[in-house]
Design a protein around this ligand. Sequence first.
Ligand code: SF4
Ligand code: SF4
Length: 388
Amino acid sequence: MSLSVSLQSLADYNPERVKDALHLLLEPLGGIDRYVKPGQKVLIKPNLLAGKTPEKAVTTHPEIVRQVILMVQQAGGIASVGDSPGLGKPENVARKCGVFEVIESTGARFALFDESVPINLEAGTFHHLEVAREALETDIIINLPKLKTHQMMGYTGAVKNLFGLVVGMRKVRLHLQAGTDKEFFALMLLELAERFKPALSIMDAVVGMEGNGPGNGDPVQIGALLASPHLVALDTVATAMVNLSEQRVWTQMVARKTGRLGVSLDELDLHGVPLATLQTSRFRPAKNSDINFGLPIPVKNILKNTITAQPTITQACQQCGHCVTHCPPEAMTIDPSETTTLDTQQVKIDYNRCIRCFCCQELCPHNAITTQQGMILRLLDFIQGSKK
Ligand code: SF4
Ligand code: SF4
């Protein structure tokens, strides 16, 4: 089986340059006509994590979405666009990040993502999942991830982007089910992505996000577009491009451990611009938030405060309460009656209940949550850093 990944360089989101780069990108993979047939319903799934402007690099850039819609329509497909954000109504989020205007101007349909339908995964980690109805009623999915760091999973790309098919607060329940077990959560992400198996994934890595991702990191120029029909293979190339080691990316680690294809570069057929010309060693990963050397979960739980990182509320907190309502194990509380001083915050975290999912940090609209590493984790990071 050939696992093809195509790469192109792209310096900015100028419409003509995006259009040309997308055509060059898809050419070695057989062009858009290979994936989209006339009359097919095509669900385009960008990353619409939160209502931020495109410059913040939180969401897939609207120009990429526009050009992909146009390609789908030219191939005779019926395009709809949708995602379930972490916070806020899908339409409001799509408006703020510029994607709604693109949908309207191209005549595509806005997929509401307001109704969940249960699906039965015959075998696997999660036997019962609920996803957006639109994901089941489409003929094919085209996945449009954004290359970003992710405080919990290390990285979000082709595989992780499909988690947005789970509607609203149901995502929170899945986090709760996985608890502190990141392997379990990564396996669920892989199974979900494989169940929906997009016909094609096209990654926006023109400007990605480094540091405190996926919601509050820093935009970083990478200058690339990537595409593949194979999710894991695409993530393998994308993470190699920004020098993120497999040990930092939970979905990649679990993909290898479970014998999935596409985790090694030498298994892949690369096309287009050579990977070496797009690689950067300056990409800043998310802070390491867990020791990944396979300690049993009960031991990990006992040592939790020293071997993991924990979210910490800063003085930038505006007491909006979003983190509190989205915290899966309800480990956060807010007491508006408390007086806030410069040294104390109203939002409190019970670290014994906290499962280190970093949903709070991801969703905080004021970038008011930082990551503080436990003592042993800090020491190990220091030792590993000094060996480089
Ligand atoms: S930490 Fe962020 S999300 Fe939580 S209450 Fe403060 S501002 Fe709101
Ligand atoms: S406090 Fe934050 S990291 Fe901890 S469980 Fe709640 S949302 Fe997750």
